[in-house]
Design a protein around this ligand. Structure first.
Ligand SMILES: Cc1ncc(COP(=O)(O)O)c(C=O)c1O
Length: 349
């Protein structure tokens, strides 16, 4: 059988990024380089679970803890299996078959996938030269959903708050602000979800909370939208063990604070080191940096891989031509990255 048996909007799908690993230093997934979340680890070490029982249907314990953290209600939140699940739920809840959704370029590669998976069409709108939102281009689209990650992946920068607010008032659909990296930045919309009837904010425990293995994410919105999404989400999708670890992590903010401080300290140093080697790093409000490579992007990424370091290649994509993305590491990891990058670059010249 050929791919014509597949759902039309999914026929062009390829498998997601899945590198073969042999012990490399991973600076390719923007996870927390300080190691696993200590509160979650402690919870797991002492944990005993009733494995024959289902978890709470809608993760009420975690939703209550999030309400306390942000000064909102549990009913403002939907918790799930990574923010990727909440992306899926958002499109499933608000988009009909064949509807349009607005996706900025460049942004998170999985948005197109989730739109297509749910039978929609992605309308791509380019970011401006300085990687900001083109507000007019977004607002004039006839679409059910406009999605934007802030800080943006892979560019690293936050979008202007006033642009997001303008889109919220002018766009005639649901506006999704994906804040996977918001802990590292200054601006966030999460505490303001009750002010807007069309705002959905997405967050994750995979980055600053250092719990990517446990797959926990959540959406926040006004309670009416949250209720709609809750009815669409697969019941029990967040398992009991991950939920318990996430509650423990929410109650211990010290690790997140330390992680953010480390990134804020190291980010300008890493950018300066990259610049010295001939890279052109773009301004970042997250725990990673996008930079134009001084040599061919693929040669750089391959050269680093053979020296035990993984970074992510965006060089073949429109708007990020010859660019690579690296997580901001610890001082030692950054030193190693710069040293190996220098080796690769001088070997190419
Ligand atoms: C912008 C953005 N949104 C969502 C996600 C998915 O996060 P999760 O691990 O919670 O599914 C990522 C992961 O890299 C991301 O970069």
């Amino acid at each position: 059988m050929d791919r014509s048996v597949m759902r039309e909007t999914a026929r062009g799908f390829q498998r997601y990024y899945n590198p073969k690993l042999s012990g490399e230093l991973r600076l390719d997934t923007n996870t927390n380089v300080l190691g696993p979340n200590p509160a979650a680890e402690m919870y797991l070490a002492g944990g005993r679970w009733q494995l024959d029982s289902y978890p709470n249907t809608y993760s009420d314990g975690l939703r209550a803890a999030l309400g306390e953290l942000y000064g909102l209600q549990a009913d403002n939140f939907i918790a799930g299996n990574g923010s990727d699940e909440l992306l899926d739920v958002t499109f499933k809840t608000f988009m009909n078959w064949g509807d349009n959704s607005v996706v900025p370029v460049p942004s998170y590669t999985l948005y197109d996938y989730f739109v297509g998976l749910n039978g929609g069409r992605a309308i791509e709108t380019d970011l401006t030269e300085d990687f900001q939102l083109d507000v007019d281009a977004i607002c004039r689209q006839d679409a059910k959903i406009a999605i934007m990650p802030s800080p943006n992946n892979p560019t690293g920068n936050c979008f202007r708050q006033r642009d997001i607010e303008e889109i919220l008032s002018r766009f005639r659909g649901i506006v999704v602000v994906d804040e996977a990296y918001a802990e590292y930045s200054e601006g966030s919309m999460i505490r303001r979800v009750d002010e807007f009837d069309n705002l959905v904010v997405l967050r994750t425990f995979s980055k600053a909370y250092a719990m990517a293995a446990l797959r926990v994410g959540y959406a926040a919105s006004n309670p009416k939208l949250a209720e709609m999404m809750m009815c669409v989400k697969i019941p029990y999708s967040l398992n009991m063990i991950s939920e318990g670890a996430a509650i423990a992590a929410v109650k211990d903010q010290d690790f997140v604070r330390r992680s953010v401080e480390m990134v804020r300290e190291q980010r300008p140093k890493l950018a300066a080191g990259l610049r010295k080697l001939g890279f052109e790093p773009f301004p970042s409000d997250s725990n990673f940096i996008l930079a134009r490579s001084p040599i061919d992007h693929a040669a750089l990424v391959e050269g680093l891989k053979s020296r035990g370091i993984l970074i992510r290649d965006f060089g073949a994509k429109r708007r990020t031509e010859n660019c690579v993305r690296t997580t901001v590491g610890t001082p030692e990891q950054n030193r190693l990255l710069l040293e190996k990058a220098e080796e690769v670059i001088s070997g190419c010249r």
